[in-house]
Design a protein around this ligand. Structure first.
Ligand code: PLP
Length: 378
């Protein structure tokens, strides 16, 4: 089996699994309890918070643990707006993950003036267009750091400067789910991350909320996470997340180099097939772990199934998006339509992938694309 769908989720690192096991089976105490074994778990969680926050150039108090990237994104959007008086403009990019995009559509129904910032052909937000949308009434801007389908990396520091210049009252939220530990930290007011994209288990995420930014909690109850997110602390998930982040901090450069090597190898192998197109930034310019290519004359879903039967896992886009013909919202926004959209496949890599896998995968794809194209002509 060759797994090239690491933007959907990643294999859990053994050290992260071991940390989770330890806090489930041995140190399973509720960190809010008063006896010393529980207080120790509370201290461990505090240390994990400080460690993970530091990787975002943040203070521990600025980090709230959540259950996933979706919860972080929802909390950032709804929670910050609910803490403001009145309504106003909300700007999100046209290529946001559904946990931002669908939330924005919901906010529109609730009466907010929601507008969508367009992207260029690579999937990066057009700063000139964003500038034109920013008004004094803008309350919130949400722009993702790395696009999960094209691998485009937005210049968030430039976005931040623009937002603060044109709409000083507005907050900037950044969905960093595909970027955390893979790209350098950025300036923003809120930043969402998710553990399972970097070898921690599913079920743990975090939201950075800059000191002084007001966000109303989404979950109300026992007041955990300093009142920002009630619910018994997921110590096992948090400690596993911490182990994965610690590992990435130690070896991240090596992991990124490896992912880029695999990506470039797969790209150059696949470029030998006739009628293929790169969707997204130049191979060197985008995120090291995402490659999106179209195989003209082949339906992406058909190719995906053929590859899946032969042990290669890829994707035709975000696992959460609806993929009816011509309905890939992200590729549409990038101006990629028709045959090119239908034939698009996303490959996404992790530290565990190898160039030998890139060679084997390319050979399999070449065979299957050749076969499917012949079949189509008959
Ligand atoms: N944002 C982006 C860019 C993503 O790629 C994903 C997951 O695919 C999410 C948010 C949602 O994260 P989670 O699966 O942790 O809810």
């Amino acid at each position: 089996m060759i797994y090239f769908d690491n933007s959907a989720t990643t294999k859990v690192l053994p050290e992260a699994a071991e940390a989770a096991r330890r806090y489930m089976v041995e140190a399973y105490y509720n960190p809010a309890a008063a006896y010393s074994a529980a207080v120790q778990v509370e201290r461990d969680v505090a240390q994990a918070r400080a460690n993970i926050a530091a990787k975002m150039n943040a203070e521990p108090a600025e980090l709230t643990f959540t259950s996933c990237g979706t919860e972080s994104n929802n909390t950032a959007l709804y929670g910050s707006l609910r803490a403001m008086r009145g309504q106003g403009r909300v700007i999100v990019s046209a290529v946001e993950h559904p946990s931002v995009y669908e939330a924005a559509l919901d906010l529109k129904e609730r009466g907010y003036d929601v507008v969508f910032a367009g992207v260029d052909g690579t999937g990066a937000v057009r700063l000139d267009e964003l500038e034109g949308l920013l008004t004094q009434e803008t309350r919130l801007v949400s722009i993702m750091h790395v696009n999960n389908e094209s691998g485009a990396v937005n210049d968030i520091d430039a976005v931040y400067a623009l937002v603060k210049k044109r709409a000083p009252e507005a907050l900037l939220h950044v969905d960093g789910v595909q970027a955390f530990m893979k790209e350098a930290p950025v300036r923003c007011d809120m930043y969402s991350v998710s553990g399972h994209k970097l070898h921690a288990p599913k079920g743990v995420g975090a939201l950075y909320i800059r000191k002084g930014v007001r966000v109303k909690p989404y979950l109300i109850g026992g007041g955990q996470e300093s009142g920002m997110r009630s619910g018994t602390t997921n110590a096992a998930g948090i400690m596993a997340f911490n182990a994965a982040v610690t590992d990435y901090a130690l070896h991240g450069r090596e992991y990124r180099e490896n992912m880029l090597l695999v990506k470039k190898r797969l790209y150059s192998n696949l470029s030998r097939i006739r009628d293929v197109r790169l969707n997204g930034p130049a191979v060197d310019a985008g995120a090291a772990h995402i490659l999106n290519m179209s195989f003209m004359g082949v339906r992406g879903e058909v190719l995906l199934n053929a590859l899946s039967e032969r042990g290669l896992c890829v994707s035709t886009g975000s696992a959460c998006a609806a993929h009816k013909r011509g309905k890939n919202r992200i590729l549409n926004a990038m101006g990629i339509t028709g045959d090119r959209q239908d034939g698009a496949i996303r490959f996404s890599f992790s530290r565990f992938n190898t160039t030998a896998e890139a060679d084997a995968a390319a050979q399999l794809i070449e065979e299957q694309v050749g076969y499917l194209r012949r079949f189509r002509r008959r």
